[in-house]
Design a protein around this ligand. Structure first.
Ligand code: NAD
Length: 479
């Protein structure tokens, strides 16, 4: 069945981006050939190979760390905060100027809808650089001292490639550190375009180094003896491996890991607004969101009504070409991720939950998964416990606020939660009892550079964003 609203396709032109056939590594201010192998990055919406990208070897990582150390000692840590701020402001402005190019490239390499990369990712990326530029000459008011750590090794995932880069690089540079960053192997292209922006901004060579590659390259960065700080965003399993690898060293570590957020709807909530929040919570960015509202907890008295309205709304979601401005749900980022989503969804059915997928025509090529909801889910089901990291919602019900809290907190994760109710007092009491780093009330997935973000329990430690985001990049008041 096709979508109930017919519409004319409105694709954004990709002519603005210039994708080269092959890319090297960005070390010491220049693009250099890697000494290792190369890998391909593909457009997940079409399976078209976009480019060959260098896979950084241990020797390449070592060269990048050496360049970062030189830049730290000779230039960046000696520069005044207000001088560093000028570079960060310049980078922020160039990101805005080249925003369309960055948004189109992000959608091509990642599969996310252009309306999200254009209206969410890229503006928040620029805002992050502006925000931390403002801190660079005010670190004495941070409460965390003003002394940088040195060289930061940073490893990021594929779901928000440029946004995760901004969350890592902006606070690190503002505090006077230099960085070696590795983007995810399926989404390296916007990080490489960011490297060009560093050149355009005349950032001193070695302050930012971008090395591409997969897990082995990431391992080489985090275990490099001359890296002072490790910042990682990604899966909980890899986060645990990194925590083990750096244990016993002097490296400072922040880990932003997985989540399984509860989105809790009470019977007094404005239901149409809540349905929009549920849709945003789980279908934004194809559900490839660490803080996605992947467990819907709905009060029993309104469960049937909410499900009816939710399915009606889901039937209007437009799934398809990420570059089409009408698209709501784009492509799954990789064949591996699609296989994982399929496997966990099949397990959900085998465990007895009832599956419903929005009726939509999926493109023949590329990696696609229709927006899906499971009802009749129990807390023991794997789809209620494990992160699916795709457009799949598990629905559970509750009767009392205490039962909602108990179910919401019954997870090894603790990254985020949502509460939908008319009562302000209930919002406050729920927020106090939810073991989650971020609690949204009558909204979901709102990000702002001034607001700290991070997890409890297996969702990691440390905060990114806001004044708190400086802590991970400074030595502390009494050191
Ligand atoms: P992943 O852990 O597989 O990979 C993340 C990054 O780590 C990639 O760059 C990868 O190449 C690298 N890597 C892999 N093995 C490594 C190793 N042994 N040592 C060092 N680096 C290694 O995660 P993913 O599948 O790319 O991303 C999805 C995960 O990220 C989800 O679990 C999601 O919840 C999480 N995430 C968390 C946040 C947050 O802020 N908490 C934000 C976005 C994504």
């Amino acid at each position: 069945m096709s979508n109930i609203f017919e519409y004319a396709p409105a694709p954004e032109s990709r002519a603005i981006v210039d994708i080269k056939p092959s890319y090297g590594l960005f070390i010491d201010g220049e693009f250099v050939d890697g000494t290792g192998k190369a890998f391909k990055t593909v457009n997940p919406a079409t399976e078209e190979v976009l480019a060959e990208v260098a896979e950084a070897s241990d020797a390449d990582v070592d060269a990048a760390v050496k360049a970062a150390r030189r830049a730290y000692t000779r230039v960046w840590s000696r520069m005044s905060g207000s001088e560093r701020a000028k570079y960060l402001y310049r980078i922020a402005r160039i990101i805005q100027e080249r925003g369309r190019e960055l948004a189109v490239l992000e959608s091509i390499d990642n599969g996310k809808p252009i309306k999200e990369s254009r209206d969410v990712d890229i503006p928040v990326v620029a805002a992050h650089f502006f925000y931390y530029a403002g801190w660079a000459d005010k670190l004495k008011y941070s409460g965390f001292g003003e002394t940088p750590l040195g060289v930061a090794g940073q490893v990021i995932p594929w779901n928000f490639p440029l946004l995760m880069l901004a969350w890592k690089i902006a606070p690190a540079l503002a505090c006077g550190n230099t960085v070696v960053l590795k983007p995810a192997e399926t989404t390296p292209l916007t990080a490489l375009l960011f490297a060009e922006i560093c050149q355009q901004a005349d950032l001193p060579p070695g302050v930012v180094n971008i090395v591409t590659g997969a897990g082995d390259t990431g391992r080489a960065i985090v275990s490099h003896p001359d890296v002072d700080k490790v910042a990682f965003t990604g899966s909980t399993d890899v986060g645990k491996a990194i925590a083990r690898a750096v244990a016993g060293t002097n490296k400072k570590v922040t880990l932003e890991l997985g989540g399984k957020a509860a989105n809790i709807v009470f019977d007094d909530a404005p239901l149409d607004q809540a349905v929009e929040g549920i849709v945003n919570g789980i279908f934004f960015n194809q559900g490839h969101v660490c803080c996605a509202g992947s467990r819907l907890l709905v009060q029993e008295s309104v469960a049937d009504e909410v499900m009816e309205r939710l399915k009606r709304r889901m039937a209007t979601l437009r799934v398809g070409d990420p570059l089409d401005k009408n698209t709501d749900v784009g492509a799954i980022n990789s064949a591996e991720q699609l296989a994982k989503i399929r496997e966990l969804s099949d397990i959900g059915e085998a465990e007895g939950a009832e599956r419903w997928s929005a009726p939509c025509d999926l493109p023949a090529n590329g990696y696609w998964f229709a927006p899906t909801v499971f009802t009749g889910v129990s807390q023991a089901h794997r789809i209620a416990r494990e992160e699916i990291f795709g457009p799949v919602l598990s629905v559970l019900t509750f009767r009392t606020p205490s039962e909602a809290i108990e179910k919401a907190n019954n997870t090894p994760f603790g990254l985020s939660a949502g509460v939908w109710t008319d009562k302000g007092s209930r919002i406050l009491s729920m927020a106090n009892r939810l073991r989650a780093g971020v609690v949204w009330a009558n909204t979901f997935n709102k990000f702002d550079p001034t607001s700290p973000f991070g997890g409890y329990k297996e969702s990691g430690y440390g905060r990114e964003g806001g004044r708190h985001g400086l802590e991970g990049y400074l030595k502390g008041e009494d050191s």
